[in-house]
Write a protein that binds this ligand. Sequence first.
Ligand SMILES: [Zn+2]
Length: 104
Amino acid sequence: MSGRFYTETAVKRMIIPKEIATYCPKCKSHQPHTVSLYKAGKRRVMAKGERHHKREKSGYGGQKFALQRKFAKTTKKQTLKLKCKSCGYTLQKKGIRLKKLTLE
Ligand SMILES: [Zn+2]
């Protein structure tokens, strides 16, 4: 994507097209890509770390690490998922801080 959509410095809102042509590392050429937003996956309850943390939290003494309660930032960096239309390869593109990101 090479910063093509990120030219403005103080962007608060950004409209990103649902389909863009960008470089696909698998096809080694520019290809049309479908754009979607990355969302973090569901936590696996039975994962070792989750079970360990649950065990540590039980009984006396509580939380084992500081929980973030006050956030200095009001925005989040959105990650874009770009899926190549010809080979299906998905690459993720780190975004910049935005108040609002719309896919159109
Ligand atoms: Zn491709």
